[in-house]
Design a protein around this ligand. Structure first.
Ligand code: ATP
Length: 507
C-alpha cells in the first residue's frame, strides 16, 4: 500500500488547507487562534465520521438513545458538575514580554514529565529546572489557576445574575435531562445516552492545528449501570478476546514507557481495568476506531495516573493515537464517573435521579466514552497520508472518505463527455461523487488521490463499443472493467467491503 510516511504537522496542515478539508477560522484576518472551519471536503468527511459513529453506537444498538442538547446551559449545571470550581489549568505569564503559557505545557516542551497538576508542584518544577519564557527568556510568574469555561450573558443585562457558560463538555446535558430521557424512552438499566455536539474551552495555548482547539466537537456516551452490577456485562463474550495495547498507571509509575499487548480478559483479571463494563467500552471504542481505518499499532490505551484524574473520575483510560509529529496523544477518554454527576445534580436541583432496577431504587454509575470528532479526523488524515510513486495519496477508509467516487471522460471531447456526465448523474444519486474533466487524466487521478477518493470511474474508447467503464482503485491503481448497468451495484459492493477490496480487487 505504498510508502507509509511520517508526515509533519506542517504537511498535514498544508494538505488540509490546500485540499479544502480544514481552514484556520478567519484566515483573511490573520486567523483566530483555536478556531477552525471545515471546508468542502472536511464538511463531508465530518458527516461521514459522525454518521458512522451514530450508526455504530446508537442506531445499531437497542440499549442506547440519542439527544441533542443546547450549547448555552443553565449556570447551575456547572456549579453542580464541579466545573466552576475545578475546571482549571495553570497559567504563567512572562514578566518581561507578557506572553501567557500553560504551565504544564512549558514543562512538557522542555522534555520534562509532569507528575502533578497542582500550583505548588508546577511552581517548584519551573524553579528547579530554570524554565524561562520561550520567546524572550524572561522570568515567569507563579502559576495561577485559570477556568477554561467561556462565559456569556443571557439577555440584555450584563449582570452576575445573567451569567451563563458555553458547555465545556456535552456530557452534562445528558445528566440534566436524565429524568426526562428515562421516562420518555422507557429505559431500563443498563442503558446509554449518546450525544454529538460542540464544546468550548478557553484553552490557554491552543496548538497543533485542530488537536487543541477552543471550539471543538465531542461525540459522547454516558452508559448507566446498576452500581451492584458493574461486572455484569451481557456482552462480555463479544469482547473478552479483544487485544489491547495497554499502559496502566502502575506501569507508568514504574517508569515503563511502552504499552504491553494483552486481552481485555487478562486486563480485567489482572485488575488493570477495574470493571467489566469499563473494559467493554474500551473494546467497543477500539473496534469503532479500527472500523474507520486507524491502524491498530498506532492505538493504545493509557490509564490516568492518580494526579491526572479529573475531579469526577475514579478510573480513566485515554485512547491515544500515535501522531508521528506529536507522539502518543489522547483522541478519546473513557472514564468511570461513578454516580458523581447524578448525585450532584440531585443535590443541586432537589430532583430525584434514581431509577428502579430489580424493584430497588438506585442511582446508576456511569461509564463515559468521550471522543473528540476533530481529533479523530486529524488522526484519520494523518494515518491515511502516504507517498506513492512520489505523489501524495490520502488512503482514507472508504467509510469516512468525503467523496466515494470520481468520474472522468478519458479525453474532454464528445461523445466521452456526454457519456461521462450520464454516468456521473447516475452515480451521484447513490454516492457522494465528483466529476472532473480538467487536465490530463493522470492529473485528475492525482487530484482525487490527494482528496482521498477511493474509486475512479473512467469513460474511454471501449465504453463506446461495449458499454463498459473502468473502476480504478486509489491505493493500488489497479483497474477492473464493469458494465454500466451493473456499475452502481458493483461500487456499492466495493465500498461496503472495503477492507477486502482495498487489498485485492480482482474479484
Ligand atoms: P486534554 O488532556 O488533551 O486537554 P481532556 O482530557 O481535557 O483533553 P476530555 O475532557 O477527556 O479531554 O474530553 C474528551 C475528548 O474531547 C478528548 O479525548 C478530545 O478528543 C476532545 N477534546 C478535549 N479538549 C479538546 C480541545 N481543546 N480541542 C479538540 N478536542 C478536544
Amino acid at each position: 500500500m505504498g510508502t507509509l510516511s511520517a508526515p509533519t504537522l506542517e504537511e498535514i496542515t498544508r494538505l488540509c488547507i490546500s485540499r479544502g478539508f480544514i481552514f484556520p477560522s478567519g484566515r483573511i484576518y490573520g486567523g483566530l487562534a483555536g478556531f477552525f472551519d471545515y471546508g468542502p471536503l472536511g464538511a463531508e468527511m465530518r458527516l461521514e465520521v459522525l454518521n458512522d459513529w451514530w450508526y455504530y453506537f446508537v442506531r445499531r444498538r437497542d440499549d442506547i438513545v440519542g439527544i441533542y442538547g443546547s450549547i448555552i446551559t443553565h449556570p447551575r449545571t456547572w456549579e453542580a458538575s464541579g466545573h466552576v470550581d475545578s475546571f482549571i489549568d495553570y497559567l504563567v505569564i512572562c514578566k518581561r514580554c507578557g506572553l501567557e503559557y500553560r504551565a504544564d505545557h512549558l514543562l512538557e516542551d522542555s522534555g520534562l514529565e509532569v507528575k502533578e497538576l497542582t500550583a505548588e508542584y508546577l511552581s517548584e518544577a519551573i524553579k528547579q529546572y530554570g524554565i524561562k519564557c520561550p520567546k524572550c527568556d524572561g522570568e515567569l510568574s507563579e502559576p495561577v489557576p485559570f477556568n477554561l469555561m467561556f462565559s456569556t450573558y443571557v439577555g440584555p443585562k450584563q449582570t452576575k445574575a445573567n451569567l451563563a457558560y458555553l458547555r465545556p463538555e456535552t456530557a452534562q446535558l445528558i445528566f440534566t435531562n436524565f429524568r426526562d430521557i428515562c421516562i420518555t424512552a422507557r429505559l431500563k438499566l443498563p442503558f446509554g445516552v449518546a450525544q454529538v455536539g460542540k464544546a468550548f474551552r478557553n484553552e490557554i495555548s491552543p496548538r497543533n492545528f485542530t488537536f487543541r482547539a477552543r471550539e471543538f466537537e465531542q461525540m459522547e456516551i454516558e452508559y448507566f449501570v446498576n452500581p451492584k452490577k458493574l461486572n455484569d456485562c451481557p456482552y462480555w463474550d463479544e469482547v473478552r478476546e479483544v487485544r489491547v495495547n495497554i499502559l496502566s498507571a502502575e506501569m507508568q509509575e514504574r517508569g515503563v514507557k511502552d504499552a504491553k499487548t494483552i486481552t481485555l480478559e487478562e486486563a480485567f483479571e489482572l485488575g488493570l481495568i477495574s470493571t467489566k463494563w469499563h473494559a467493554y467500552w474500551i473494546a467497543e471504542s477500539l473496534k469503532w476506531l479500527w472500523r474507520i481505518g486507524l491502524r491498530k499499532e498506532r492505538l493504545r490505551i493509557r490509564e490516568h495516573v492518580k494526579t491526572e484524574l479529573a475531579h469526577y473520575a475514579v478510573q480513566t483510560f485515554d485512547v491515544e493515537y500515535y501522531f508521528p509529529y506529536m507522539g502518543w496523544k489522547e483522541i478519546e477518554g473513557i472514564s468511570n464517573r461513578t454516580d458523581y454527576d447524578l448525585k450532584r445534580h440531585q443535590e443541586y436541583s432537589g430532583k430525584d435521579m434514581s431509577v428502579l432496577d430489580d424493584e430497588t431504587k438506585v442511582i446508576p454509575h456511569v461509564i463515559e466514552p468521550s471522543f473528540g470528532l476533530d481529533r479523530v479526523i486529524l488522526a484519520l488524515i494523518t494515518d491515511a497520508y502516504r507517498i506513492i510513486g512520489g505523489r501524495r495519496v490520502l488512503s482514507l477508509h472508504a467509510r469516512v472518505a468525503p467523496i466515494k467516487v470520481g468520474v472522468y471522460p478519458i479525453v474532454t471531447k464528445e461523445p466521452f463527455v456526454r457519456k461521462a456526465r450520464e454516468v456521473y448523474g447516475m452515480l451521484k444519486e447513490r454516492f457522494t461523487a465528483l466529476y472532473d474533466e480538467k487536465g490530463s487524466i493522470g492529473r485528475r487521478y492525482a487530484r482525487a488521490d490527494e482528496a482521498g477518493v477511493p474509486l475512479g470511474v473512467t469513460i474511454d474508447g471501449q465504453t463506446l463499443e461495449d458499454d463498459t467503464v473502468t473502476i480504478r482503485f486509489r491505493d493500488t491503481r489497479e483497474q477492473i472493467r464493469v458494465k454500466i448497468p451493473a456499475l452502481t451495484q458493483k461500487i456499492a459492493e466495493i465500498l461496503d467491503h472495503w477492507d477486502e477490496y482495498s487489498t485485492s480487487h480482482n474479484t
